[in-house]
Write a protein that binds this ligand. Structure first.
Ligand code: SF4
Length: 402
C-alpha cells in the first residue's frame, strides 16, 4: 500500500471519519489558523529541523511519516504519491512550533485534535471538570457556552463537514466526529474517549431546526425532526445525568403537530425529566428578535429547579447598529479573505461586486425596508435572517421569529 493510502486508511480507522481527503482537511484547518497558504509557498527551503518538526506531527497523527524525507543534500523530499504539498508542509512546521511541541504538546489548544488519537485521550483525561459532549454541534456556540461555564466538552458530533471545520477552529482542543447521530452507538463514544459509562455528565445538542422553522417547509414527518430520539438514546446509553437540547419555538406547532410534547414524552421514556423553557436571545446580548426553546432535563433522581438562566448583565438590549459599529466599511468586491493581512483577518466581511446602478438602488432603501432580495437590516433589533441567493441576508417576516 502506498504511504498516502496507508495514511488515509489509518486515520479513517482511528477516527472513523470520512477517509477521503483527510489530509487536505488538515490543510484547511491549518490555513484557518495561520492564514492562507500563499505565504507558506514563498517560505525558504526548510532545514532538517523543520523536516523533523513536520514528521513529529505526522507521526503523532498516527500517519506514515515516510512521505516527508530528506535528500542526500539535506533538502526536503515530498513523495510524489503524497498529498503533503509544500504549503501543507510549511503549515505543519508552524503548527509544530506553536502547538505540537516535542515536550508537553498543547493538545487542548490544537485544532487537529480530531485527527489525533493521542490528543483525544489526553484532552479527555486532563480535566477534572464535568464532561459534556455536543451532538449536532454546528459551529460550536453551545459548546463555547458550556466551556465558559466550567464544563469540559470532550467531543462534538456533526455530519456536515463545513460545520465540523468551523467547530474545530472555534473550539480547538475539542475533537469533532463527522458522523450522523442516528448511526452512532454510545459504546463507540466511550471507546474513543476512553471513558466508562456514567463519566459523561451532560449531553448537549442543537439539532437542525429547518423542519420546525417558519422559514422552512414545516413538514412534520421530515426525518430530521426526529433526531431528538437519537440524542436521548445516546444520553441514556452514556448514562449522562443531564440532557439539554435547544431548538426554535416553531416546534410547538408544525402543521398541527406539537413536537414539544413529543420530545418531553420521549425524553421521559429514556429516563429524563424536565420542561422546555422559552428564551428571548435579545435579552442576552443578541441584536435579534430570536426566541428559542431550551429543554433542560435530568435523570429522575436530580431536580431541574436547580437550573436558572443567569440574567444578562446588559442594561439595554444590544442593537444592530451597536453590534456592527467599528467594522471597516466594505467596498464592492472588497474583502476576500485570501487578500487580507492574515494577522488582521476579518472573516466573512465581504461585499458583492454590484453595478453602480444597483449600489445606488440599495442606498435609497431605508433601514428595515426594501424588497425581499435587498432588504436592509434595521438599526434596532433584526428579525431572523435567511441566507439569500448570493444576495444580502433577507429577514424573515414572521413575528415569532421561529
Ligand atoms: S492533538 Fe496534541 S499531539 Fe496531536 S497534533 Fe495536536 S498538539 Fe500534536
Amino acid at each position: 500500500m502506498e504511504p498516502q493510502q496507508l495514511n488515509v486508511a489509518m486515520t479513517g480507522r482511528l477516527c472513523n471519519l470520512d477517509s477521503a481527503a483527510i489530509l487536505l482537511r488538515c490543510d484547511e484547518i491549518l490555513e484557518a489558523m495561520y492564514g492562507n497558504s500563499h505565504a507558506a509557498k514563498t517560505a525558504r527551503t526548510p532545514g532538517s529541523k523543520s523536516i523533523g518538526d513536520a514528521r513529529r506531527i505526522i507521526r503523532r497523527l498516527g500517519l506514515d511519516a515516510s512521505c516527508i524525507s530528506r535528500s542526500a543534500k539535506g533538502d526536503l523530499n515530498l513523495k510524489a504519491s503524497s498529498a503533503v504539498s509544500f504549503s501543507f508542509f510549511s503549515n505543519l512546521v508552524k503548527h509544530a512550533r506553536k502547538c505540537c511541541t516535542p515536550v508537553d504538546p498543547r493538545c487542548s489548544a490544537c485544532p487537529l485534535v480530531s485527527f489525533c488519537s493521542n490528543g483525544i485521550r489526553s484532552c479527555a483525561r486532563r480535566s477534572t471538570k464535568p464532561v459534556a459532549i455536543d451532538l449536532c454541534a454546528g459551529a460550536g456556540a453551545l459548546s463555547a457556552g458550556f466551556r465558559r461555564e466550567g464544563f469540559q466538552v470532550a467531543l462534538a458530533v456533526d455530519k456536515d463537514k463545513h460545520a465540523a471545520q468551523s467547530f474545530r477552529v472555534n473550539n480547538p482542543g475539542v475533537p469533532v466526529l463527522e458522523a450522523d447521530v442516528r448511526k452512532i452507538r454510545p459504546a463507540r463514544i466511550l471507546r474513543l474517549l476512553g471513558f466508562e459509562r456514567g463519566q459523561i455528565a451532560a449531553v448537549i445538542s442543537g439539532p437542525p431546526c429547518q423542519g420546525f422553522s417558519a422559514a422552512g417547509p414545516r413538514k412534520p414527518r421530515a426525518a430530521r425532526n426526529f433526531l431528538f430520539r437519537s440524542i436521548a438514546r445516546i444520553a441514556r446509553g452514556l448514562n449522562a445525568r443531564l440532557l439539554i437540547m435547544e431548538n426554535v419555538t416553531g416546534l410547538k406547532r408544525v402543521n398541527r403537530v406539537s413536537f414539544d410534547d413529543k420530545i418531553v414524552a420521549y425524553f421521559q421514556k429514556c429516563g429524563y425529566v424536565g420542561e422546555p423553557i422559552e428564551v428571548d436571545a435579545s435579552k442576552y446580548g443578541v441584536p435579534q428578535r430570536r426566541k428559542r426553546l431550551i429543554f433542560i432535563c435530568t435523570q429522575r433522581e436530580y431536580r431541574t429547579h436547580h437550573f436558572r438562566l443567569r440574567p444578562s448583565k446588559l442594561a439595554n438590549k444590544l442593537t444592530v447598529a451597536q453590534a456592527l459599529k467599528g467594522l471597516p466599511r466594505p467596498r464592492a468586491g472588497h474583502g476576500k479573505n485570501g487578500k487580507q493581512d492574515p494577522s488582521r483577518m476579518l472573516h466573512n466581511h465581504r461585499a458583492m461586486l454590484h453595478s453602480a446602478e444597483v449600489i445606488q438602488k440599495i442606498k435609497r432603501i431605508k433601514p428595515g425596508a426594501g424588497p425581499i432580495s435587498y432588504r436592509r437590516l434595521p438599526l434596532g433589533l433584526a428579525g431572523t435572517l435567511i441566507a439569500g441567493h448570493r444576495a444580502m441576508p433577507v429577514q424573515c417576516q414572521t413575528r415569532s421569529d421561529s
